[in-house]
Design a protein around this ligand. Structure first.
Ligand SMILES: *[C@@H]1O[C@H](CO)[C@@H](O)[C@H](O)[C@H]1NC(C)=O
Ligand SMILES: *[C@@H]1O[C@H](CO)[C@@H](O)[C@H](O)[C@H]1NC(C)=O
Ligand SMILES: *[C@@H]1O[C@H](CO)[C@@H](O)[C@H](O)[C@H]1NC(C)=O
Length: 262
């Protein structure tokens, strides 16, 4: 309670508050705005400030008017608590990234809360170095990379010793990008053939968006080939037990045979 009061004091003194929130593409995110003791007769609004100003929602005397672009995607909680001016954005897109402002009146003072919304897109990435390298030919060694995620404007890139690889007389990189209608995921693939020595590494890059990479060959190939069956690998747990049993039998038999030889 004391901390809470302390926070309120800070708010009263500074007026403005600023925070950064991260949401995941196509997910939902709560933009927080605590409007404790706000003046219920004055209007309250959320607007996006950057890259250009857009009114998200305006509330005057119990009536909320949403901008058409947010009508089905934004939700206020004023009916639950008139001092909770937070807004929930759902189905977030790349365009939702930016700086938002919550404005309300407390007594006669104009209060502002700024929220910077960053958007992450996550990709499952799987690199396969084994493919064709047993019979590496004079054009070089081949490496393959698969990635899957919700954002289509992304590309696989290759790095060797921290250096970005591009097409050159020594290196040939090809890409594919297809949308899987069933999962709604973009499947990116890239093939690298290079005469350079060393093992390159792949990752995913997108303009203006942070990409979260999950190194995940198991689920990638599983989901690509067939749906994951959790029972499928149950027998793997049996292997250590079987090993112990077999080992014990072998030791016991050796012990016995020594005894017979004597
Ligand atoms: C406002 O309501 C939402 C949804 O119930 C909740 O998650 C959030 O913590 C609330 N915020 C405040 C400041 O009370
Ligand atoms: C939001 O996403 C869900 C599931 O991904 C979909 O069913 C729904 O239609 C979307 N809503 C809007 C307003 O786009
Ligand atoms: C890369 O290889 C493909 C065939 O695999 C070929 O069509 C293309 O021209 C090559 N690109 C370069 C830059 O050498």
């Amino acid at each position: 309670m004391r901390i809470f009061l302390g926070l309120c004091m800070v708010l009263i003194v500074t007026g403005d508050e600023e925070m950064t929130i991260t949401g995941n593409l196509e997910g939902s995110v709560l933009l927080p705005c605590n409007c404790l003791q706000r003046n219920l007769d004055e209007e309250f609004l959320w607007q996006r400030e950057e890259p250009r100003t857009i009114l998200v929602v305006k509330n005057t005397k119990n009536t909320s008017n949403y901008n058409s672009g947010y009508k089905d995607r934004a939700k206020l909680f004023l009916h639950e608590n008139s001092n909770n001016c937070s807004i929930l954005l759902t189905n977030i897109t790349v365009d939702d990234q930016g700086r938002y402002r919550c404005k309300f009146y407390k007594k006669k003072t104009y209060m502002r809360v700024f929220v910077n919304l960053n958007i992450n897109a996550s990709y499952d990435v799987c690199q396969d170095d084994s493919a064709d390298n047993l019979n590496a030919n004079k054009s070089g060694k081949t490496f393959r990379c698969n990635a899957s995620g919700h954002y289509g404007e992304a590309e696989i890139q290759w790095k060797l010793g921290g250096q970005l690889l591009t097409n050159s007389p020594d290196t040939n990189i090809t890409h594919t990008n297809t949308l899987d209608d069933q999962t709604g995921l973009y499947q990116l693939t890239s093939k690298l053939i290079t005469k350079l020595s060393g093992t390159p590494a792949c990752d995913v890059k997108a303009k203006g968006l942070s990409i979260v990479i999950r190194d995940d060959c198991t689920t990638m190939t599983e989901t690509l080939i067939n749906p994951v069956d959790p029972m499928r690998y149950r027998y793997l747990k049996m292997i250590p037990i079987m090993l112990v049993v077999v080992f014990s039998v072998v030791l016991w038999r050796r012990g016995n045979s020594h005894r017979y030889q004597r």
